[in-house]
Design a protein around this ligand. Structure first.
Ligand code: URA
Length: 434
């Protein structure tokens, strides 16, 4: 077998065999297939597509390209959750302690922010002392002891995906349904869960810009899951505007802590209920949607969800005095309001631009090796549908870098589109696919 014939086959719209896909993944992971050969094959896949069988074979092959985790000694029913990424997406920080507080084991590895989207690991690291780099033994030990662990994906899970994902980023092949489906599912399968809930974000601040593509991605991941013996469900959530009001690491942690105490925006509440219900149903604790909703509300109102978050932070070395007293989180030196200059209803928000401004202010990285300013970011003061008067605050910029204020204010103003007519509030949950 050789890589040239494999590239040629896909270029000519032919179907690759399992052996050919395995060969490509194995040799590319090792480095004997070069980046330019892999780029040619990925581009051919992007243009000519893959059959469901090819996508499943690609997924399994990437899942087996490194270590795989066996969590069967913890439970035979581990439910994992993954988001396709967005702006202000702090749902994992809120939902996972809620689920763990019900005795459902939570074993979650999260990524770091890259591009305009944030990452849960960076958010957790804004809590002084919190260690996201646990060994696999510590990770499993924590789940056994307190029912939850949230770490970063530092293990060698699905290394082929890591390489291919980085490559896709450099050859304009990121937003492609077969490639996204196999990328996400390979990591989830390698991470050991047998039940997987995917939050497919959809809209201006997400990879999936329209609902048709989001549904196609959902159906594809469900099919891959079925063929790989995993139950997959997808909730499609609106990412036409940031989730909640905070964007940036400690700002989002503070919003998450308030949410765990019951104070949350309507969109966050709807997403927590929709995702939480599906996770509880998948765990088998109940099959009754109303009861599952009640379990979530009880977990928050009783303080159990908040206590579980504190337990998690303490267990992973974090200073819980910051959780108890969120004023202790360092604040950015400059907190600058951005005012509306005309009257109107907020019709559109350029969410991807807002994510990029937040990165520019220091909340994210433009290169992998960049360090993060945990206190930087943006607080949104308006949601789509709100009527805004001249002089109303649209958002606040949080930064420690004075030189960035003018550019950020100018761009942030342009990210809000107002309309003289009334604008309806958008739906938050766009669909559930299972
Ligand atoms: N998230 C992933 O893990 N992979 C993709 O390709 C897109 C989003």
């Amino acid at each position: 077998m050789n890589i040239l014939s494999i590239i040629g086959k896909k270029r000519d719209k032919k179907t690759l065999t399992k052996e050919e896909i395995d060969y490509f993944i194995k040799e590319y992971t090792k480095g004997t297939v070069t980046d330019y050969q892999a780029a040619a094959l990925i581009m051919a896949i992007y243009i000519n597509g893959m059959t469901n069988e090819e996508i499943t074979n690609l997924t399994i092959s990437m899942a087996n390209s490194g270590e795989t985790l066996d969590l069967s000694d913890i439970s035979d029913s581990i439910v994992d959750k993954h988001s396709t990424g967005g702006v202000g997406d702090k749902i994992t920080l809120i939902l996972m302690p809620i689920i763990a507080s019900m005795g459902i084991p939570v074993a979650k590895m999260s990524g770091r922010g890259l591009g305009f989207t944030g990452g849960t690991s960076d958010k957790l690291e804004s809590i002084p002392g919190y260690n996201v780099n646990l060994s696999i033994e510590e990770f499993k030990e924590n789940i056994k002891e307190i029912g939850i662990s949230l770490i970063t994906s530092s293990l060698n899970l699905a290394p082929a995906d890591k390489k291919i994902y980085a490559l896709r980023d450099t050859i304009a092949c990121t937003a492609n349904i077969p490639l996204i489906a196999s990328s996400i599912m390979s990591k989830k399968i390698a991470a050991g869960a047998n039940k997987i809930l995917i939050d497919i974000t959809c809209g201006k601040g997400a990879f999936m810009k329209d609902i048709k593509d989001a549904k196609e991605l959902a159906n594809m991941m469900i099919k891959i899951g079925r063929l790989a013996g995993r139950e997959v469900r997808c909730v499609i959530t609106n990412m036409d505007e940031p989730t909640g009001h905070a964007i940036g690491n400690s700002l989002e942690v503070i919003e998450a802590i308030r949410a765990l105490k019951g104070e949350m925006t309507d969109d966050v509440k709807e997403i927590i209920l929709a995702l939480g219900v599906q996770m509880i149903l998948m765990s088998g604790q109940t099959q009754d949607i109303n009861e599952a909703q009640k379990m979530i509300v009880d977990s928050i109102n009783s303080g159990r969800a908040y206590q579980k978050f504190k337990e998690l932070v303490a267990k992973q070395g974090g200073d819980i005095s910051y959780i108890e007293e969120t004023d202790k989180f360092p604040k950015a030196k400059h907190i600058i309001p951005v005012f509306a200059e005309e009257r109107g209803a907020l019709k559109e928000v350029d969410t991807e631009m807002i994510g990029n401004i937040s990165v520019y202010l220091g909340a994210g990285r433009t290169r992998k090796e960049d360090s993060i300013d945990h206190s930087a970011g943006i607080i949104m003061n308006q949601r789509i549908g709100n009527v805004v008067e001249v002089g109303h605050v649209l958002a606040y910029i949080h930064t420690n870098d004075e030189s960035k204020i003018d550019g950020a204010v100018k761009n942030l103003k342009n990210a809000f589109i107002l309309d003289p007519k009334r604008v309806a509030k958008p739906k938050t949950i766009l669909g559930i696919v299972k």
